[in-house]
Design a protein around this ligand. Structure first.
Ligand SMILES: C[S@@+](CC[C@H](N)C(=O)[O-])C[C@H]1O[C@@H](n2cnc3c(N)ncnc32)[C@H](O)[C@@H]1O
Length: 186
């Protein structure tokens, strides 16, 4: 399987999963699938969870044209409480499978990242850093009533305060920019 390079910079490394003998992609509900994995078996978690965009109706530009936004069922939650319950469930699933030395990365936008961060702290994760992922091609704010939203936030955390998190070092001093679908509201 070859991973899509949509949005990747030309310098980003190419990945061919056939060359990774131990790689396996598990398709399914993340909470159900993680429950089948052994406890304390995972070195690193990277999660890009639903944004909970709370879109009410169709998004339109000032010229009345339609904005192609995320309107999929997986991003529909009837309330913050329902979103929080889902977030707690998958984060607990992650925590169970993480090794004591493992770390977790969670990326999100202002729509969800503050709720996710608070829940992570409530569950005992130990926040190590937050990293701003700057978008090189943000969606303009069509109505001009808010600032253009040109970044996402990544939370990096250890399993708990006393866990010995490991950090792989890299020559890069800054994370690479990435392109990302972005939805302005307001
Ligand atoms: C913000 S998007 C992440 C997209 C991803 N980073 C990509 O580039 O394709 C959230 C993703 O979570 C998936 N998702 C939502 N609920 C899920 C669940 N319970 N189990 C597994 N995946 C889920 C959705 O299908 C969606 O692809």
């Amino acid at each position: 399987m070859v991973v899509s390079r949509r949005g990747a910079s030309a310098r980003a490394p190419r990945t061919n999963f056939e060359s990774l003998a131990n790689s396996r992609i598990i398709v399914g509900d993340c909470i159900a699938e993680m429950s089948k994995l052994p406890a304390a078996s995972i070195d690193l978690v990277f999660a890009d969870p639903p944004y909970n965009l709370q879109l009410k109706g169709e998004l339109k530009r000032p010229d009345e044209s339609h904005v192609d936004a995320v309107t999929d069922d997986w991003d529909k939650f009837s309330s913050f409480a329902v979103y929080d319950d889902f977030t707690r469930a998958w984060l607990l699933g992650c925590r169970r499978v993480m090794k004591p030395s493992a770390t977790i990365w969670v990326i999100g936008s202002y729509h969800n990242i503050f709720r996710v961060g608070a829940i992570m702290q409530d569950l005992g994760f130990w926040l190590l850093n937050d990293i701003v992922w700057r978008k090189s091609n943000p969606m303009p704010n069509f109505r001009g009533r808010r600032f253009t939203n040109a970044h996402e936030t990544m939370i990096w955390a250890a399993r708990d305060e006393h866990a010995r998190a490991t950090r792989s070092t890299t020559k890069r001093s800054r994370p690479p920019t990435r392109t990302c679908r972005h939805v302005p509201i307001g």
